[in-house]
Every structure is written in structure tokens, then in C-alpha cells.
Write a protein that binds this ligand. Sequence first.
Ligand code: 13P
Ligand code: SF4
Length: 331
Amino acid sequence: MPSENELSEEAARLHSRLSALGWPMETCRLYAPLTLEINRLKKEKNAVILAHSYQTPDIIYGVADFTGDSYGLSLQAKKTSANTIIFSGVRFMAETAKILNPDKRVYVPSLEAGCSLADAISAKDLRELKRKHPGAPVVCYVNTSAEVKAESDVCCTSANAAKIIKSFPEKEIIFVPDEFMAKNLERETGKKLISWSARCVVHQDFDRGKIQAVKERFPGIKVLAHSECPPAVAQAADMVGGTTDMERYVKGSDAPSFMLVTECGLSDRLRSENSGKEFVGMCSLCPYMKKNSLSQILELLQKPAKEKEITIPASVAAKAKKALDRMFELS
Ligand code: 13P
Ligand code: SF4
């Protein structure tokens, strides 16, 4: 049992990060026993917690060892010395960590943490697309299953997609599965991308009209859109890119205010880490990312459920790893 002193210190630590997001001390005090226990078990079991920026702030500031985008977290997964990885993100991210660490145990807190993009295309679909476009190199977005990665020449994330696509001499390239991202990348790279009809349930619904209204109301505001947004939204933004591109832009910009056209978790993170900068609301919650919770993370550390452990057949993992290794080489 933690002492009264330990609980007060933990509550103060949480409050120092979460007060900017409106969390009162009383709430931090309620969470303190849970975060203390998770952090204690993490050490005891030699586990690391990787959290995507779209996770809730109690996970990010309470228990995560590393927070970032899917590319940054895959690099962390590659170099961790922990025996166990708890990937507080969605399933395809945990699968990526497992492919890079076949000998470690990798878990995802919620069985419902899927992704509308990853769930929209199967390896069979991709094989059919390849048959229709022989000779076209295949680039898959990291938001895909291990089986789809295994059918691809190279994987990419929002942080390196344009660079990887441009590295191919071919004019025509298969890029799956996000159709909006493919359109945005066609504009950026000048390549013809053969894609799939999949969309991110969060980013597909952002509206160009709202961006224009906000720009009129807040002079000098910078609008940053994730590359999964519809092309009309991307074209109205000052910057289009991945989660880390947006983070970097905000840190390096003198603009007085920002609108992040993406999942709310990133706006929360940047609001908490960039005091003095104003963030104008235009975000939406990812129903999959938000399925993870501190209590599920605690359960994984206390008594890991077999079905939450990521397993990938060795033959699939070996092929998928080639696509990931090529991404690291080209990034
Ligand atoms: P990032 O690669 O920018 O982390 O994005 C992953 C994702 O799922 C965006 O919706
Ligand atoms: Fe998938 Fe969109 Fe959620 Fe990202 S935000 S995990 S792309 S559904």
C-alpha cells in the first residue's frame, strides 16, 4: 500500500502535467493509487508502456514511458530492452511492435482497439490489386494488418510516406489503403497512386468550411491537418502531415494560435506541452484509440489475458518485417 506521502507526491506529479487540461487536484488524487501501482508493476515485470499521442492524458502523463506517433513508437519498440511491451494504441501498432520483437511479449490493452483503415483491406484484396497492376511497387500505410504488410514492398507512416513514395523511379505505385491520403500524396509527390477505398473514421469528416470560418475569426492562426483528411481540407490548411510533423511545427512556430485538424488527443498533448500558445478546437475522438484505459493496463500487468497478447505466424511476420526494415532504411 502506498503511504499518504507517496500518494500526495504522485497526485502533485499528475497535476503538474494535467492541470493545463483542466484536471483538478482532487481528480489527480483519485488516479494516483492506480498510476503508482501500474508504475510499480511495470518495473517489477520489466515492461515498457508505449502510448500513441491519441491516448487519454491519464495514460500519457500517468504511466507511459514513451509517447509519440506510429513511426516514433515503432523506433522505440525496436530498441527497447524490456521483456514485455504494452502498446497503448491500436492493434496494428502493437502488431508492428511484435514483428520487430518476435521474442518479446506484446499486448494491447483493449480487444476493441482496431482501426477503420487497417480493417478495410485484407491480404487477399491486396493480392488482387497487385494482379491488376503488375509491376507497380507496393507501399502500404502502417495502418494495415501484418498480413497486408507481408504482401507489400515497403511500409510507410504519415511521417515518411512522401519520401518513401518519391524514392521509387516508377510513376505508378500501389498505395493502400487510405484513399484521401493517396490523393494528398499524389499532389505532394507527382506520382500516380493506385489506392483502395478506405478512410479514417476520424479524419474523413473534417470540413473545409469550418477551417475558413476559423481563419476569418482568428487572424494569424495556423491550421495543421493530418494527411488522412479529405483533399479539400488538406488544401485549406497551412501544413499537412503526420502527428510528429504537427508537433514540430507548433514547437517551432511563433504563431499566436493553432487549429489542429486531427484527433483530440494530439490537441490535448500539445496544449499541455506548449504553454502560452492557444489551441482552437477542431478535433474528433478516435473510437478505437479511446477504448484503452488505465484499468485495462493494470489488468495486463497483474494477470495478462491470453487473447490480448499479439501473435503473428512466423512466415507472415518475416515477410512483414522486410517491408518495415525497408521503411527504416528509406526514412
Ligand atoms: P501517426 O502515424 O501520425 O501517428 O497516425 C496514426 C494514425 O492512426 C492517425 O490517425
Ligand atoms: Fe485508425 Fe483513424 Fe483511429 Fe488513426 S484515428 S487509429 S487512422 S481510425
